[in-house]
Design a protein around this ligand. Structure first.
Ligand code: ADP
Ligand code: MG
Length: 217
């Protein structure tokens, strides 16, 4: 597979939307424990709107797809996570320029630019018990696998495993950002909802490349 074109990237977002719908109750109950029980509903509303937008205004290229996704997420998700996920996609849009097919390195660089934007906007660092605790390790695993000469599909699988491990590692952390930080020590022992939805985003990227490979794309 040469990389991800706009169809492959749309597939990523559709798979993510389906995964968020499937895990909506889990995301909500995680947020009920250390937040305000809306993360599942927020993400489901946002990703359903993203998928509706793809049908209504099919984007011409990856930059248009990412820009449209970021704007819809900012408008519809709400909460703290909406602007953060929105920023991630808007920064990815700027990073890919006019490219029509994103090769592995371009995709990895764009994702890193997106996550750096999210980190700047959230003023967060590793260990704060946020989305970034899943996304940071995923980026590092992606770069390491690509650096070892692995194809994008295998590198995204490695990134997904790292995101899952990063998500699991949020459980013993004390939250230092967002609503969960109001609980202080009482946030310990609960998996972070945002890290959970972020791990699903990385898993969806891996699944999208698996499906493309199965179709011989
Ligand atoms: P809200 O907390 O406004 O209800 P959500 O429930 O949709 O928003 O999202 C909560 C998630 O947002 C948390 O689980 C955490 O991962 C993430 N989050 C909160 N604050 C920050 C931040 N400053 N930087 C990065 N992620 C954050
Ligand atoms: Mg919430």
């Amino acid at each position: 597979m040469a990389g991800l074109d706009v169809d492959g990237l749309e597939r990523w977002l559709r798979i993510y939307a389906a995964s968020v719908a499937e895990h909506q109750e889990e995301l909500t109950s995680l947020d009920a424990a250390i937040g305000d029980a809306d993360h599942g509903a927020n993400m489901h509303r946002g990703m359903a709107a993203v998928v509706d937008g793809l049908a209504a205004t099919p984007p011409a290229d990856p930059a248009a797809l990412f820009k449209q996704t970021g704007m819809v997420l900012i408008r519809t998700v709400g909460g703290t996570s909406g602007p953060l996920y929105g920023t991630l996609f808007l920064r990815m849009a700027s990073a890919v320029g006019g490219e029509t097919t994103l090769g592995p390195e371009t995709f990895a660089k764009a994702l890193r630019a997106g996550v750096e934007g999210l980190v700047a906007r959230g003023k967060t660092e590793l260990g704060d018990k946020t989305l970034y605790d899943a996304l940071g390790p995923a980026l590092d695993a992606l770069d390491a696998s690509l650096g070892d000469g692995e194809p994008l599909r295998a590198a995204l699988r490695a990134a997904s495993r790292a995101a899952d491990a990063g998500r699991d590692a949020t459980t013993p952390m004390t939250a230092r950002k967002g609503r969960a930080s109001y609980l202080g020590e009482r946030s310990v022992g609960h998996q972070d909802p945002g890290a959970t939805s972020a791990a699903l985003l990385v898993a969806a990227a891996a699944s999208a490349t698996d499906e493309a490979a199965a179709e011989g794309a």
